[in-house]
Structure formats: structure tokens, C-alpha cells
Design a protein around this ligand. Structure first.
Ligand code: AMP
Length: 109
């Protein structure tokens, strides 16, 4: 498993503004927001992507992401996880994007 910036964030080695944390995951703002609200929820364990992760962790991440979406985006929100080259994944550590605060287009690009 290659070292990634998210692994360092999950271990507390890189400081971010933590919006939520528990024993399984942490959440923080995306450094390059694509919407007025753009948060990331990542597991502490460095799963590479959604396929690599176990169902319990995936469920927990989605639960936390949905809670953060509901708290921060009263009009609605989108949860996204990109996987692999065609999916547009740029950091090889599983993460759930929480996007909202404006009308989101569909289909995505
Ligand atoms: P993806 O392209 O789905 O792999 O998403 C990776 C996301 O991580 C992008 O939206 C980046 O803007 C975001 N990102 C990369 N480095 C950082 C960082 N140090 N802190 C917060 N977000 C980051």
C-alpha cells in the first residue's frame, strides 16, 4: 500500500480542520472545493478504494457522510466515491466526497 496524504491525515501527521472523527474515520474539508460544501470522509485504515474496504467500514463511512451532508446541506447533497483511473480517483486511500450547497448537475462529467 503506497503512502498517501490521506494516510498522514488519518494518523494526525498532517494537520487539517477536523469536522468529525471517531474510531473508524475522520472528516475534513476538501482542499479544492467543487461546491460551497465539499467535505471528505476517510477511514483511518488505508483501504485503497471502495472495493478494497469491508462492508461494515463502507456502511459506517456512508452513514457519517450522510449525517454531515444533512447537517451542512439542508437543500440536499451528493455522496460520491471515485474509483480507479476512469472513475477519476486521484488519492489511493478510500474517501467519500460530500458535495452540496448548490444545485448539482446530473449526469456528472
Ligand atoms: P479523488 O479525485 O476522488 O481521488 O479526490 C481526491 C480529493 O482530495 C480531491 O477533491 C482533492 O482536492 C482532495 N485533496 C487532496 N489533497 C488534500 C488535502 N491535503 N486536504 C484536503 N483535501 C485534499
Amino acid at each position: 500500500m503506497a503512502e498517501t496524504i490521506f494516510g498522514k491525515i488519518a494518523r494526525g501527521e498532517v494537520a487539517v480542520s477536523l469536522l468529525y472523527e471517531d474510531e473508524v474515520c475522520v472528516a475534513f474539508p476538501d482542499i479544492s472545493p467543487q461546491a460551497p460544501v465539499h467535505l471528505l470522509v476517510i477511514p483511518r485504515h488505508p483501504f485503497e478504494d471502495a472495493y478494497d474496504a469491508d462492508a461494515e467500514t463502507l456502511g459506517h463511512l456512508l452513514h457519517v457522510a450522510a449525517k454531515l451532508g444533512a447537517q451542512n446541506c439542508p437543500g440536499g447533497f451528493r455522496l460520491v466515491t471515485n474509483q480507479g483511473k476512469d472513475g477519476g480517483q486521484s488519492v489511493q486511500h478510500l474517501h467519500i466526497h460530500v458535495l452540496g450547497g448548490r444545485q448539482l448537475a446530473w449526469p456528472p462529467g
